[in-house]
Write a protein that binds this ligand. Structure first.
Ligand SMILES: O=C(O)CCC(=O)C(=O)O
Length: 311
């Protein structure tokens, strides 16, 4: 058993259920810093070259999601999704947390890259209905499917504000539909009501997800946002089928540097080629290297159509 209490029994539970609660990994200060930073990015006070930003819909219809914008993005808290969070030292620091290193080393190996590091938002009184899907398939354009995602609540997530819902054990069916979304027939076949559960989470809580696990989320009719970040880790040898390119390395050889702790300690091993185009501070990341108290163990972008399917 490691100091983070992630060991064989946790691995076994993850293998059985397809998800695992990691507890509050982000400390209070760190969580606050990430919440502030993502709002600064949305409002345009902090900008990164090439950071893809997607506005939320007004209707909540997934099919009406707009295409992404970049540096010229409008300043508003009404974004649904922002990718390439590794460009920001604060988020890079979080995704290089020692607990995630340990977990990905056990599940993926020593050299780990990210397919995506994204902010997922259900803005107050908005949010887009996200249909049942798996985070794998040819739509992602990879030569092998990633299996490990860490999803972290920035605000508490509950049924009322559109928390995730998942089908426990559904990862065992393998890839159900290569284009991401299961058909109605597949849903009837693979989604049993008794296996569905709402993944309510406290602010700061991290949850490990098998990318094959069926999940979805609803709208947020409340007056507060439901913000989260989701990092898909994979073997650093994974390549984009179209271009042959590899992805940003987070752990191991050639890992990005520049992610630092909020208390000032650098993350070891960590080059960040981030180009900050706003006036934001570039330091600040994890508050500390340990999980917060109370931790439990219980896109070289493809065409838009493929990008959307990467949800
Ligand atoms: O945060 C959500 O509502 C959905 C997140 C998701 O689908 C993911 O992280 O893969």
């Amino acid at each position: 058993m490691s100091k983070y209490e992630f060991g064989m029994s946790e691995l076994a539970r993850f293998a059985e259920d397809g998800y695992l609660r990691l507890g509050r990994v982000a400390s209070t200060d760190q969580l606050q810093a990430m919440c502030d930073r993502i709002d600064e990015i949305m409002l345009g006070h902090v900008r990164y070259e090439g950071m893809p930003m997607q506005r939320d819909t007004d209707t909540g219809e997934y099919g009406q999601l707009p295409t992404r914008t970049y540096e010229e993005s409008e300043g508003t808290l009404a974004y649904r999704r922002i990718d390439d969070l590794q460009l920001d030292p604060l988020f890079l620091g979080y995704m290089q947390h020692p607990l995630f290193r340990e977990i990905t080393e056990a599940l993926v190996g020593p050299n780990v890259s990210i397919f995506r590091a994204m902010f997922m938002n259900k803005p107050a009184q908005h949010g887009t209905h996200l249909p049942w899907h798996q985070d794998v398939g040819i739509g992602w354009g990879l030569d092998s499917n990633p299996e490990t995602t860490v999803w972290t609540a920035l605000d508490s997530a509950a049924v009322e504000n559109g928390c995730m819902e998942l089908v426990r054990g559904s990862h065992k069916h393998g890839v159900i539909n290569e284009m991401h979304f299961p058909s109605e027939d597949d849903q009837a076949k693979y989604i049993r009501e008794e296996d569905c559960l709402y993944l309510e989470a406290e602010a700061g809580e991290a949850i490990l997800l098998n990318n094959l696990l069926l999940h979805r989320s609803a709208r947020n009719p409340t007056g507060k946002p439901r913000r989260a970040i989701s990092i898909a880790y994979m073997d650093a040898a994974t390549r984009a089928v179209e271009t042959g390119e590899t992805f940003p390395v987070i752990f191991g050889e050639g890992a990005l540097t520049g992610g630092v702790l909020v208390d000032g300690a650098p993350i070891d091993g960590a080059k960040n080629d981030a180009k900050l185009t706003g006036g934001a501070p570039t330091d600040g990341a994890l508050t500390d290297g340990a999980p917060a108290e109370g931790a439990t163990t219980d896109d070289t972008r493809s065409p838009d159509v493929l990008e959307e399917s990467r949800q």
